[in-house]
Write a protein that binds this ligand. Sequence first.
Ligand SMILES: *[C@@H]1O[C@H](CO)[C@@H](O)[C@H](O)[C@H]1NC(C)=O
Ligand SMILES: *[C@@H]1O[C@H](CO)[C@@H](O)[C@H](O)[C@H]1NC(C)=O
Length: 523
Amino acid sequence: MQTNYFYRIYLLLVIFVNAGATVDSNEQSNVGVKVFGPGWDNPQLIFPSRYFFVQHFSDKRVVRVEIEGKVGENVAANRKDCRIWTQVFNETNFDFDMIIVRYKLMSDRCSNGVIIKLFDANNELLMKKETSTAIYAEECVCHNLRWNELMNCDQNSEIYNQLFADLRTFNNSKFNFENSLEEMKRRYAPYTKSYSFCHYAIVNNEIYRKCYGEYVGFAQFMDDMLISLASKTRLPNTQLIVNLGDWPLSDTRRGSIAMPVFSWCGSDETFDIVLPTYEITESVLNMQGRVSLDILSIFGRQNGLPFNKKTSKLFWRGRDSNRLRLKLVDLSKKHPKLIDAALTNFFFFRDEIEKYGPSVSYTSFTDFFNYKYQINVDGTVAAYRMPMLMAGTSLLLKPVSKYYEHFYHLLRKNVHYILVDQELDELLPILRHLIRGKQYSAKKDELPASDEEQAAIVHNMRKFVLKYLLPSHIYCYYHKAIVEYSSLLKDGEIKVSKEMQLVYTAKSKKCNCNKNDANKDEL
Ligand SMILES: *[C@@H]1O[C@H](CO)[C@@H](O)[C@H](O)[C@H]1NC(C)=O
Ligand SMILES: *[C@@H]1O[C@H](CO)[C@@H](O)[C@H](O)[C@H]1NC(C)=O
């Protein structure tokens, strides 16, 4: 990219002028690399997997990363006490020219802290970061009242415009939680097979819940996020309703009141308070563990080729959870030079397998990015792979839809992605334009034609991911949502009924850092 190139030259000049300066972790541009992210800025902050970025601006390049527990007086004990698993993703062939480093504590703590070293190709130490106190694993309870400040949660971020818009409905004197819960139970609890939701109560940083419906397994995602937050900081006393199903539930049909339901998907017709989806939430909580796909690994992996070397086709795989997906497959059968779309599973439209089948075997998600174009077609609701597609290196197409996730409101067409009409009627002319050049679409002046213009949109989309969709942003959003929502509840004691089950107390975690530390509630 042009600007990037000039920026590099500028930095080279700065580096030249500064030549001879000593290596110092605070003077990052001296060595032509910029290091940022919570796992570097503040290793004491607990994450399931701590992470940071090393961006290159010159020929000086970090090629090796070493992260280990610092050794104290009792060396043998220290070695055992601190186990760290480090992963490095190499994005140097792509637009940000950086490596992504993440490290997970496999032991409860590193008693003497950690030391992070970044080396160049000559094995020269470029930068170093040390902590002076112990660091702890996700499994520990380490309260910090300044957690959200240390997390660098930007309280004024425009990402919260969605949250405040969602809360507006309940920001009035008529809103009453008990009434809403009763309404929720009356309308949805009887239909146990179709709906499931939980009533959570948080009192003195202990978490309780009662769930309704037959399929309540998805409560795990909310439990895990709340537990992770409650073990890091103090949550307000509050109670909330969480929808475990796909469809948003807070509608005002038949004159009923809008209910403050937290959901993973919103729609233009409902009043649910939208949270980051369980999919991205889980990928944050189980990163570098159980889940294989997450924002950082997709962002940083060598997923396919540079944009201009990718196959010039639209690529899509998924289940048959929406008729529009069948239409996409049909278009693909008729226009195989433009589209490679196929279903991996028939469930909803089994009787149409003749026409839209056969189902194809699974394609690894990173292989999606061997193609220039991706499309995110709704499933039952918004397809939650959106953030993962945005972390990739292909140009994203998105049909108009009434369903949205918590961040869609900040996406701009032709800046971050290409907008397609709801019925995919414009898909072919748009693809012809993207693939073959200008003359094919009525919107020829708006749409990017060259590889460079298209790659620039991919770059904007990836910048969006770095700005709004990293693990820290997901944590901040949940925290902010709970705090702001709770401010709308009327004062009064929160009743924990006998039916509610205890989900978390500080004692349910296996290690407690505050117990051992002199400076409680302080990192
Ligand atoms: C990343 O890839 C580049 C080019 O393939 C290589 O030169 C570099 O050593 C790699 N860096 C790391 C940290 O693996
Ligand atoms: C509720 O409305 C008041 C007055 O407009 C506003 O100051 C406050 O920030 C709102 N609270 C939330 C959580 O939206």
